[in-house]
Design a protein around this ligand. Sequence first.
Ligand SMILES: [Zn+2]
Length: 154
Amino acid sequence: MPARTREPREMTALLGPIPEATSPAVSRSMKGNRGKNTAPELLLRRLLRQAGFPGYRLHWKKAPGHPDISYPGRRVAIFVNGCFWHRCPHCQPAEPKSHSDYWHQKFELNRERDARKREELERAGWVVITVWECELKSDAIGAVAGVVKTLQAR
Ligand SMILES: [Zn+2]
């Protein structure tokens, strides 16, 4: 089960191991965009470099919550969120039907953690941008344009 080892330890401690996926669709969602250097992250980083903003740090330890991508000088933090794990408001992926209590709690914890990170960053003067996996899939250029606009304004 190597694909599952990246789940944060605090979650596993609270909820136990992740149940087996019971359908191919759920299995695919679970594998999508977890941990560091995911395909959507790599894509966004490449587009940001091409747009003339190469000076980012990855999982920078001095920024609260260690955002996926941060620009310390501009205080812009970017999270590249997997739609399944972070419960995307745009594409609203279905929750797995089996082990639904487990998933419900897990998603709640993910949501709380995301909100906490955002608050800590904003309190420290950062602008926080969330880019969703599905946005990058459907309109990567548009997603990057939004980020670039914020970067230019800082
Ligand atoms: Zn989505």
